[in-house]
Design a protein around this ligand. Structure first.
Ligand SMILES: C[S@@+](CC[C@H](N)C(=O)[O-])C[C@H]1O[C@@H](n2cnc3c(N)ncnc32)[C@H](O)[C@@H]1O
Length: 230
């Protein structure tokens, strides 16, 4: 992300998704290979705590560098830096959710398992998740909210690209997974509009103001969806 001063900044520092839900949704077993979107890294770290072998990609260079730093903090057994890495950098740093989420990894047992298993997390790659999945085979996939995210941001064409992107990423995922393989993604929904995607509001200019009011006044949640390759 480029901020108002033209500086590049990491955008997402702590996951606000349900951190254990992918373990349940993907029925994660030790030794399974999971292809994942890097994002904040929190979900990746939790997948390896559960014993999975994780390879990840993100198209954002700041997110990739940020999660590399967090990975190095684990290797160096520097829990304090890991817990607060990047907190003041994020555009969401004033939101209380960030400290709560990081506290998941302050549990000594979870930190110890993270340390033990850190070799199971490959260095995150700078790549589009569709390209990444289509050239490798995994048992399962964690797609975060990448399907539907799009490249071009908050414009009408951005929304259209988001839809095309959704099909493209699911096609790549189907290529990567074996029959019966599971894929997990999330969609954001406002409490007022459960079932209606958040990006529909943000990306259409005529609805942008409504989206801004919703952003400020109304809580929302990430709705998990699990797909099985047939
Ligand atoms: C909202 S953020 C992730 C934060 C997330 N809630 C988490 O728990 O980590 C979505 C992430 O997906 C990445 N992303 C979106 N579309 C992508 C794509 N096609 N390929 C690779 N990364 C993508 C973004 O750069 C961003 O880091």
């Amino acid at each position: 992300m480029i901020d108002a001063l033209g500086e590049r900044k990491v955008r997402w520092v702590a996951s606000n998704q349900a951190i254990n839900a992918p373990l349940v949704g993907l029925d994660v077993r030790p030794g399974e290979r999971i292809g994942a979107v890097t994002g904040t890294g929190d979900i990746l770290f939790n997948l390896i705590v559960a014993g999975a072998l994780v390879e990840s990609a993100d198209s954002d260079p700041e997110q990739t560098a940020y999660v590399r730093r967090k990975r190095e903090n684990v290797v160096a057994d520097d829990q304090e830096s890991f817990l607060y890495e990047g907190i003041t950098e994020s555009k969401y740093s004033t939101q209380g959710q960030i400290r709560r989420r990081h506290s998941h990894f302050s549990d000594p047992n979870i930190w110890q398992r993270l340390r033990q298993n850190i070799g199971n997390l490959r260095d995150p790659e700078l790549a589009d998740i569709g390209d990444f999945l289509s050239t490798r085979n995994f048992d399962k996939a964690f797609l975060s909210n990448a399907p539907g995210w799009g490249y071009t941001g908050e414009t009408e064409s951005g929304m259209l690209n988001g839809r095309i992107d959704c099909n493209r990423i699911f096609d790549a995922c189907a290529q990567s997974l074996p029959q019966g393989g599971l894929a997990y993604r999330v969609r954001f929904a406002r409490q007022w509009f459960l079932g209606t995607t958040y990006e529909n509001f943000e990306s259409v200019p005529s609805l942008a103001q409504k989206a801004a009011v919703m952003e400020e006044k109304i809580g929302g949640m990430w709705i998990p969806e699990v797909y099985r390759r047939i």
